[in-house]
Write a new protein. Structure first.
Length: 590
C-alpha cells in the first residue's frame, strides 16, 4: 500500500457520537482529554450497518463490563484494496475502549469504506446504549396499494418488481433498525441455469439438470411445481438484476450442483451486501418508501381477504396500514431457538447463523386466517460455521478447492456433497468439528476470504508443518492427507470419497497455508408458509388467501429436506420478483 500512500493521506477524523450533539455522551474539562467517553454501554453483542463503496457493511461489537472488547465486520463486499482502512478502524474501536473517537488513516479510494465501517460501528454502539439509530418517526393510520413486510432480499425484490409492474404506492416495513436481514450475511451466490453469463464462460447447463439437482438435494420432498417454476424463472431474474447494475459475472460451484451455476460478483465477492446495494438503489429510483424499526404485529382482513397490516412504531405505539395486497417476506425462524428445538429437538444446543430478527413472527398472523404451513421440521444446519464466533464460512471456499480434515489430520468425506451429508460427517468427528484447509491459491481465487481474514478467523502457516503446529494436527498426518489429495486432484479422481474432477478445482500446494476450525450451526429453515406458483399464501384447504402473497425463506416446500448452496439467494430474488408482479396485478384489479 505504500506506493499508493505517496499520493497523500486522507485523514478521516470520525467522531462516532459527537458529545456536542449527543446527550448520551460526556466530555471532560481536562485540557488533556481530547475524546469523549462512552457511557451506558450495555453488555452483549450489537450490530449496525453503514454504506460502503460496494454495498452494505455490517459490523458487530462485543461489550463486556461496559467496554468494547471486540469489533468486527461480519459482512461486506469491499475490495481487497480497502482492507487496511477497515482493520485500522476496528483496531481503534477496541484499542481505545473508553473513548468514542476514531481517527482513520484512510488511503486514497478507501474513504467511502472507512465511512461505512465507522457508521456501522456507530449504529452498533447506539444500539448497545438503547438509542434509536434513525429519526424514529411515529406513523399514524394510513393507506397504500401494496405493503411488503420485510426489507431483506426477498422484500426489496418484491417491492421493486411490483413498482415496475404498475404505478403504485408501495411501502416496505422492516422491524429491525437496518435493512437486509439474512441477505446481508450471504456470501455464496445465485443459482440459475441456461444464463447468458454461463454461456459466456462456456458452461453447459440446463433447466432440467438444475431441477434434477434441486430435487435430489431436497431428497425429493420438494413440491415439484414450485421447483420447476423457480428453475424456469431463474435466468430471467439474473438478467433482471444485471439490468439494474448487479455484477454477476463470476460463476462458481456449490455443493450438490452438477455444474457451475452460482452467479456472483467478479472474484467471488460476497453476494449479499452487493445485492442489497443494487436493490436499495432500485427501490429509491422507484420512490419506494422503506420504514425501519416498524414491526408488523398482525394482518388486517375483511371476510377472509387481507386488507393490510397492524404495525408497531419504534416508541411502542401502533397504527394500521390498509392496502390492496400484502407480501410477506419476513425470512425464516432460524434465530428462534425455542421454535427450532421444539420442531427439531436434535438441534438443541446448536448455535445459529441467523440475524436476530429471524424469529418466525408471520406464522401466527397467517394462522388466524386458516393459513397453512408445510415441512416446518425441515431445518438445515450449515457444515462450516467458524467454531468460536459462529460466522458462516461460505461453501464457495470448498467449491474453489478447500478440503476438510479432522483433528487427526485426515479427510473424512466428499467436501462437495450436500450440506446435510457434510454436516453429519463433521458431527461424527472428534468434538463434532473439523478444519477447513486451503492454500494461497484458493485465498486469491475468492475475494470473500478477505473478510474472514479481517475477522481474524484464519489460522496461517508459512508451511504445512507450521499450520499443523498451530492447529494441533499431527504434522505427518496432515502432510500425507494433502499429498494424497493433490495426487488425486492431478489424476482427476478421488478414490477416497468420490469428489468429482470438476469439484477438485485445484491442488493445495501454494504457501502459505490456511485453516479455519468449523462446526455445523443452524442455517436455513426450509419449512414455512404454503404457497402456490403464483406466490399466493394457501389455506389449509388449499385455497389461496385473497390479497396475501409470500416469498423467500418464510415459505416452504421449494427446498424439501435440504437446500442446495446458491438456491437460497436465488429463491429470494426469483420468488420475490414473482410475488411483486403477482401482488401488483392483484392490486390493479381492486
Amino acid at each position: 500500500m505504500n506506493h499508493i500512500r505517496q499520493f497523500g493521506h486522507w485523514v478521516l477524523a470520525t467522531i462516532l457520537i459527537l458529545c456536542s450533539i449527543m446527550a448520551f455522551t460526556s466530555c471532560s474539562d481536562d485540557d488533556d482529554a481530547t475524546e469523549p467517553v462512552i457511557e451506558g454501554l450495555r453488555d452483549g453483542e450489537w450490530t449496525g450497518s453503514g454504506e460502503g463503496r460496494s454495498g452494505n457493511i455490517i459490523a458487530k461489537i462485543v461489550v463486556e463490563d461496559g467496554k468494547i472488547v471486540q469489533a468486527i465486520v461480519v459482512s461486506q463486499s469491499e475490495s481487497v484494496f480497502a482492507q487496511d482502512a477497515i482493520n485500522t478502524i476496528l483496531n481503534h474501536a477496541v484499542g481505545k475502549q473508553d473513548t468514542m473517537s476514531v481517527e482513520v488513516d484512510g488511503v486514497t479510494g478507501a474513504t467511502l469504506t472507512s465511512t461505512g465501517v465507522v457508521d456501522a460501528i456507530n449504529m452498533a454502539i447506539m444500539a448497545s446504549m438503547g438509542k434509536q439509530t434513525n429519526s424514529a418517526k411515529t406513523y399514524k393510520d394510513g393507506t397504500c396499494d401494496i405493503v411488503v413486510v420485510g426489507a431483506g432480499g426477498a422484500g426489496l425484490s418484491a417491492a421493486v418488481a411490483a413498482a415496475e409492474t404498475a404505478d403504485m404506492n408501495i411501502i416496505v416495513l422492516e422491524k429491525q433498525g437496518i435493512i437486509g436481514g439474512n441477505t446481508n450475511y450471504s456470501t455464496g451466490g445465485i443459482n440459475a441455469a441456461e444464463t447468458d453469463v454461463q454461456k459466456s464462460h462456456g458452461i453447459e447447463d440446463s433447466k432440467q439438470l438444475f431441477y434434477d439437482d434441486t430435487m435430489r438435494g431436497g431428497k425429493n420432498e420438494n413440491i415439484s411445481s414450485l421447483v420447476w417454476n423457480f428453475v424456469d424463472h431463474a435466468p430471467a431474474t439474473i438478467s433482471w438484476l444485471t439490468g439494474m447494475g448487479a455484477d454477476l459475472s463470476d460463476v462458481g460451484l456449490m455443493g450438490g450442483s452438477s455444474v457451475k451455476r452460482t452467479h456472483r460478483p467478479k472474484g467471488g465477492t460476497a453476494i449479499g451486501p452487493h445485492l442489497m446495494k443494487v436493490l436499495k438503489e432500485a427501490a429509491a429510483h422507484q420512490n419506494i418508501e422503506i420504514r425501519t424499526s416498524n414491526k408488523v404485529v398482525g394482518l388486517l382482513s375483511s371476510n377472509g381477504t387481507v386488507t393490510g397490516v397492524k404495525v408497531q412504531n419504534a416508541d411502542g405505539s401502533t397504527y394500521t396500514l390498509k392496502a390492496k395486497a400484502v407480501i410477506i417476506a419476513t425470512g425464516g425462524f432460524g434465530a428462534n431457538l425455542e421454535m427450532v428445538t421444539r420442531l427439531q429437538p436434535s438441534l438443541s444446543g446448536f448455535a445459529t447463523l441467523n440475524h436476530p430478527g429471524a424469529t418466525g413472527d408471520a406464522f401466527d398472523w397467517v394462522k388466524s386466517l386458516s393459513g397453512a404451513t408445510i415441512q416446518m421440521a425441515n431445518i438445515q444446519i450449515h457444515p462450516t460455521a467458524e467454531a468460536v464466533n459462529h460466522i458462516l464460512i461460505t461453501e464457495a471456499v470448498r467449491g474453489n478447492g478447500a478440503i476438510l480434515v479432522n483433528h487427526a489430520g485426515k479427510r473424512f468425506c466428499n467436501e462437495m456433497d450436500t450440506r446435510d451429508v457434510v454436516s453429519a460427517a463433521i458431527l461424527r468427528q472428534q468434538s463434532g468439528e473439523a478444519y477447513l484447509i486451503f492454500d494461497q491459491g484458493v485465498r486469491q481465487s475468492l475475494a470473500s476470504i478477505e473478510t474472514y481474514s479481517n475477522q481474524h478467523l484464519l489460522i496461517q502457516g508459512q508451511n504445512i508443518a507450521e499450520l499443523a503446529s498451530l492447529t494441533g494436527i499431527p504434522t505427518e498426518s496432515l502432510t500425507k492427507s494433502l499429498a494424497r489429495y493433490n495426487a488425486q486432484q492431478k489424476a482427476g479422481i478421488d478414490n477416497d470419497f468420490g469428489r468429482s474432477a470438476t469439484e477438485m478445482t485445484a491442488t493445495l500446494e501454494n504457501a502459505p497455508f490456511y485453516a479455519v476450525r468449523v462446526k455445523p450451526a443452524i442455517h436455513h429453515t426450509m419449512g414455512g408458509l404454503s404457497v402456490n406458483t403464483e406466490t399466493q399464501v394457501l389455506k389449509t384447504d388449499g385455497a389461496p388467501i385473497p390479497g396475501l402473497f409470500a416469498a423467500g425463506e418464510v415459505t416452504g416446500g421449494l427446498h424439501g429436506a435440504n437446500r442446495l448452496g446458491g438456491n437460497g439467494v436465488a429463491d429470494i430474488v426469483v420468488n420475490g420478483r414473482l410475488a411483486g408482479q403477482a401482488a401488483a396485478r392483484h392490486a390493479a384489479k381492486r
